[in-house]
Design a protein around this ligand. Structure first.
Ligand code: 9WN
Length: 421
């Protein structure tokens, strides 16, 4: 079993060699799978992450395991200790990942066989989740729009997506601004699949900027060239707030603050990020004050959070069927992460077009939510067959099904378990 072999006793490694530490949104996806057969582990997985939350509420992208060194950027590159808020059990990175944790926590409760244990965990997790979402709205939404920003491609979870190309290109670095670093990823998997070194220079530059500014968000906001209101991130936050409201109700707390925030974010996503011309949602670049006109599968994921009106949802499904995404067609094995007809598409390079199981799983749930049963069923079958025929890879060529990146990848296994239950 993939999950068993990646379980460390405290958390689950996303991939055995490429990703030895704990990753935030991976753990949430992994908990969706554990919830189906091992409630105790699902809870431990999330608890280990919450135990390493910063005192300001930031839920870190990586919790470093002191037993493993081989990953760049490691503890010493982040200098998270520069922030007075980074008081945690283990060392962590200083960025975040998409907030799907409240949704995962509620899912664990819903499928928990030990009901008192599941309820007790809701009570334990509730203040952590509230602090996490409070952090996002307080620190990442300075104009109080209901939309939070991300400040590093790693925060999107879709690090190398064409979504970020224009910003990366704008970041003209001088040689003394590029920190010295040594990558590890390109020794573990094919360098041809991973982000190019020009992207890593910029990833590393941003990390160094954050630590130089002591992770002070007000100062980061002034200087950071990457500030984006991302569709996927805000959609998951909106759903997270809806689920937090449910959790509040279950444990006798007041759900209205979370219901209000969910409504505000949904409204803002619809007003500011909807692209009427193309019938999908677009990220917004706060540095230029312009939408990012790049069509990635993530632009359809407000469906997961019930954000679009029925009529917009219909337009989105049409677009998914008639563009290179090829929903329900014969050309693609499953829905690719980026439109194959789009500029900069690659079937094998990281986030530039391959099929990622988490993206298709979110889309599948979104299609179900809006009653597109046939498409949802088709997508479920596609991802199940894809993994069955090719293995538990991190991602897949959308035309041939060949697996890439880490093998024995935890969320591919966990989400499949959930999809098949
Ligand atoms: C940086 C662990 C993570 C995922 C991300 C995925 C990849 C890391 C990397 O692996 O990112 O966070 O080193 O490339 O893009 O979504 O959480 O699986």
């Amino acid at each position: 079993m993939v999950l068993d072999s990646n379980w460390t006793g405290e958390y689950t490694r996303p991939g055995p060699r490429l990703y030895p530490h704990q990753w935030s949104w991976d753990s949430a996806f992994i908990a969706f799978g554990y919830a189906r057969y091992d409630q105790k582990r699902a809870i431990q997985e999330l608890r280990h992450l919450f135990d390493n939350q910063w005192t300001n509420g930031l839920l870190p992208q990586i919790v470093f395991d002191p037993h493993f060194g081989e990953y760049f950027p490691g503890i010493d590159f982040w200098h998270a200790e520069c922030s007075e808020s980074a008081v945690c059990v283990y060392k962590t990175s200083g960025v975040v990942q998409p907030p799907i944790h409240a949704t995962a926590t509620l899912h664990v409760y819903r499928h928990g066989v030990d009901r008192p244990g599941a309820r007790a965990f809701l009570e334990e997790a509730f203040p952590r989740l509230v602090a996490w979402h409070d952090y996002l709205y307080r620190e990442r939404d300075p104009e109080n729009e209901g939309l939070v920003y991300i400040r590093h491609p790693w925060e999107s979870g879709m690090d190398n997506s064409p979504l970020w190309d224009a910003i990366m290109l704008r970041m003209q670095l001088r040689s003394h601004e590029i920190p010295a670093y040594r990558r590890v990823d390109t020794h573990v998997v094919s360098p041809a699949d991973r982000p190019e070194s020009a992207a890593y220079d910029r990833f590393a530059y941003l990390v160094q900027l954050f630590s130089r500014l002591n992770y002070d968000e007000a100062r980061i906001r002034e200087d950071c060239p990457f500030l984006v209101q991302d569709v996927l991130f805000n959609s998951l936050l909106c759903q997270g707030e809806r689920d937090l409201a449910q959790i509040a109700q279950l444990i006798g707390e007041d759900p209205s603050p979370n219901e209000e925030r969910a409504g505000k974010t949904a409204g803002a996503v619809n007003r500011k990020l909807w692209d009427e011309e193309h019938g999908t949602y677009l990220d917004f670049d706060l540095a230029t004050g312009q939408p990012i006109r790049v069509y990635a599968a993530a632009g359809f994921l407000p469906l997961f959070a019930g954000i679009p009106e029925e009529q917009c949802a219909r337009r989105m499904v049409e677009r998914l069927k008639t563009t290179g995404f090829d929903l329900g067609g014969e050309g693609m094995i499953a829905v690719p992460s980026y439109d194959p007809l789009g500029f900069g598409f690659s079937p094998s390079r990281y986030w530039r077009g391959p099929v990622w199981i988490n993206i298709d799983w979110l889309l599948m749930r979104g299609l179900e939510r809006y009653g597109y049963e046939k498409h949802a069923r088709g997508l479920r079958e596609s991802i199940v067959n894809l993994v069955r025929d090719n293995g538990f890879y991190e991602y897949f060529n959308p035309r041939t099904g060949v697996g890439h990146g880490s093998d024995l990848f935890s969320w591919s296994a966990a989400l499949l378990l959930d999809a098949m239950s």
